[in-house]
Write a protein that binds this ligand. Structure first.
Ligand code: S3P
Length: 448
C-alpha cells in the first residue's frame, strides 16, 4: 500500500556522554532542495544542483517531478541534474504522486500541478494523511483548480484537476506559511497577469528568491510591521540555473543544542544558512546566554552562510515572542530540550502551527518532556518549560509519531540527561537528516 510507512519502527536510545567535540557540515537545506527540483522541472533545459539534501522527502519530490515529465539524474553525492519541461509543459502523471512524510513536497507540488491542465493524485504516509490541506486547496480553487477527491477535512488522498489557465488572484494567507505562499506562487507561474500574496508575518522566502534567480518577474514589499506583499507576473520563461544548497539550519539545530547542553563540548557546524527568516533559534539561544560564535560569514548559493562555533553553556530561561515563530517554526522541539537544561522558565508563545506539523508537535514535545522528568505547562498555545539548571533526569521512552524532529530532539536530550533517552522509532530521521546518527556519533554521541 502506497500510504503505509514502509519500514518497521526501529527504536533507538541516546546515552549520556562526557562531551561532544569536532566539526561537521549538516546536509543541504530541505526547503531549498525541494524547490531546486521544482524549479528544475519548470525551466526549459538543464538545471544543476550541488549539495542537494538526499533525504526521503526530497527524493519523493524528485520522483513527482519525474512523473510530471522531468529527466532527473544523480551525478555524484549531492550533485543532481534536472532536465525540465518548462511552465505549461507538464505531462499528466500516470500514477499516484506519493510524497511519503513530506508536507512541503506535497503542498508545493499541488501548486505546480494545479497550474496545469492535468489530473494528479496526491498521497503519503499516515502522518501526511493527517495534515490539513484545505489551506492549500482554498486558494487553488480560487485560481480555478477542481478538487475531484479529498479525504475528510481536506486531507490526502487528494485528486486535483489543474486549471488550463489559472486565474491570477490576490490572497492573504490565513497563517504565516511558506508552503501556502509557495503553492500559490507556483500555480501563478502559469497564470496570465499579476498574482499577489500577502502575509502578515513574513515566512521563509526561498521560493521568492529562487523565482527571481530563475528569471521570473517578482517584487516584494513590506506589509504592516512584520509582513510582506509578494507580486508575481505570470507566464515567464524560467531559465535553468545552477543551484548551490547551503547547510540546513533546521538540521544544524540538533548538534548546536547538543553541544550547548553537554558540558565540556566544543563543536563547529560549517556553512549554516543564515537567512534571517530561518535564524530564530540562534537569536533565541543567544538571548539564553549560549556561547555561539560566527566564524566566517560569506555568501554561498545566494544565501548568507557562516561556520558556527558552539561551546557548552549555562543557559537562562527566556520569553520567546509569537512573532518569532515563523523564523524558527521547526526548531521548537529542540528549543524545548535546550530550555530543559536552562535556569528558570522558558516561555514559547503562539505555537498553534506546531499542532499541524509531521505530528502534533506540541503534544509530542509535552509527552517527551513528561517522560523524562521535565516540568512544563501548556497554556493555550504557549509552552512553558521549567529548566533544571543543567540537571535533567531522562530515562524516558518517547513516542515519535512519524516525526523526525521529535526523534532527533529527544536523542539530543539523551546526550546530556542523567539517564539514557529512548525514541520508539528512528527510521523517519532519514526524511530530513539521513546522516544524523553517524554525524552525531563522530562528535561523541552514543546512540545504541
Ligand atoms: C517549509 C515551511 C514550513 C516548515 C517546513 C518547510 C517550506 O511550513 O515547517 O518544514 O519549505 O516552505 P509552513 O510554511 O507550513 O509553516
Amino acid at each position: 500500500m502506497s500510504h503505509a510507512h514502509s519500514t518497521p519502527p526501529r527504536p533507538l536510545s541516546s546515552h549520556p556522554v562526557a562531551r561532544l567535540n569536532g566539526r561537521l557540515r549538516v546536509p543541504g537545506d530541505k526547503s531549498i532542495s525541494h524547490r531546486a527540483m521544482i524549479f528544475g522541472l519548470l525551466s526549459v533545459g538543464q538545471t544543476t544542483v550541488e549539495g542537494l539534501l538526499e533525504g526521503e522527502d526530497v527524493l519523493r519530490t524528485a520522483e513527482a517531478c519525474k512523473a510530471l515529465g522531468a529527466l532527473i539524474e544523480r551525478q555524484g553525492e549531492g550533485r543532481w541534474s534536472i532536465q525540465g519541461v518548462g511552465i505549461g509543459g507538464l505531462r499528466e502523471p500516470s500514477h499516484v504522486l506519493d510524497f511519503g512524510n513530506a508536507g512541503t513536497g506535497s503542498r508545493l507540488m499541488m501548486g505546480v500541478a494545479g497550474g496545469h491542465p492535468i489530473v494528479s493524485r496526491f498521497d503519503g504516509d499516515a502522518s501526511l494523511r493527517k495534515r490539513p490541506m484545505r489551506r492549500i486547496l482554498d486558494p487553488l480553487v480560487q485560481m480555478g483548480v477542481e478538487v475531484l477527491e479529498q479525504a475528510e477535512g481536506g486531507r490526502c488522498p487528494i485528486t486535483l484537476r489543474g486549471a488550463a489557465v489559472p486565474n491570477p488572484i490576490t490572497y492573504t494567507t490565513p497563517v504565516a506559511s511558506a508552503q501556502i505562499k509557495s503553492a500559490i506562487l507556483l500555480a501563478a507561474l502559469n497564470a496570465p497577469g499579476l498574482t499577489t500574496v500577502i502575509e502578515n508575518e513574513a515566512s521563509r522566502d526561498h521560493t521568492e528568491k529562487m523565482l527571481a534567480y530563475f528569471g521570473a518577474e517578482i517584487s516584494v514589499e513590506p506589509e504592516g510591521s512584520h509582513g510582506r506583499k509578494i507580486m508575481l507576473n505570470g507566464q515567464p520563461e524560467l531559465r535553468p540555473m545552477p543551484v548551490v544548497v547551503p547547510a540546513d539550519p533546521s538540521s544544524a539545530a540538533f548538534p548546536i543544542v547538543a553541544a550547548l547542553i553537554t558540558p565540556g563540548s566544543d563543536v563547529i557546524v560549517e556553512g549554516v544558512m543564515m537567512n534571517p527568516l530561518r535564524t530564530g533559534l540562534l537569536t533565541t539561544l543567544l538571548e539564553m546566554g549560549a556561547d555561539i560564535v560566527e566564524l566566517d560569514r560569506r555568501i554561498e548559493g545566494g544565501e548568507d552562510v557562516a561556520d558556527l562555533r558552539v561551546r557548552a553553556s549555562g543557559l537562562k530561561g527566556v520569553d520567546v515572542s509569537a512573532e518569532r515563530a515563523p523564523s524558527m517554526i521547526d526548531e521548537y522541539p529542540v528549543l524545548a530540550v535546550a530550555a530543559a537544561f536552562a535556569e528558570g522558565v522558558t516561555r514559547m508563545n503562539g505555537l498553534q502551527e506546531l499542532r499541524v506539523k509531521e505530528s502534533d508537535r506540541l503534544a509530542a514535545v509535552a509527552a517527551g518532556l513528561a517522560a523524562n522528568g521535565i516540568a512544563f505547562e501548556i497554556e493555550g498555545d504557549d509552552l512553558l518549560v521549567e529548566g533544571g539548571q543543567g540537571e535533567v533526569k531522562g530515562g524516558g521512552m518517547v513516542a515519535t509519531h512519524l516525526d523526525h524532529r521529535i526523534a532527533m530532539s529527544f536523542l539530543v536530550l539523551g546526550c546530556a540527561a542523567r539517564n539514557a533517552v529512548g525514541v520508539d522509532d528512528e527510521t523517519m530521521i532519514a526524511t530530513s537528516f539521513p546522516t544524523f546518527k553517524p554525524m552525531m556519533a563522530a562528535l561523541g554521541a552514543h546512540f545504541a
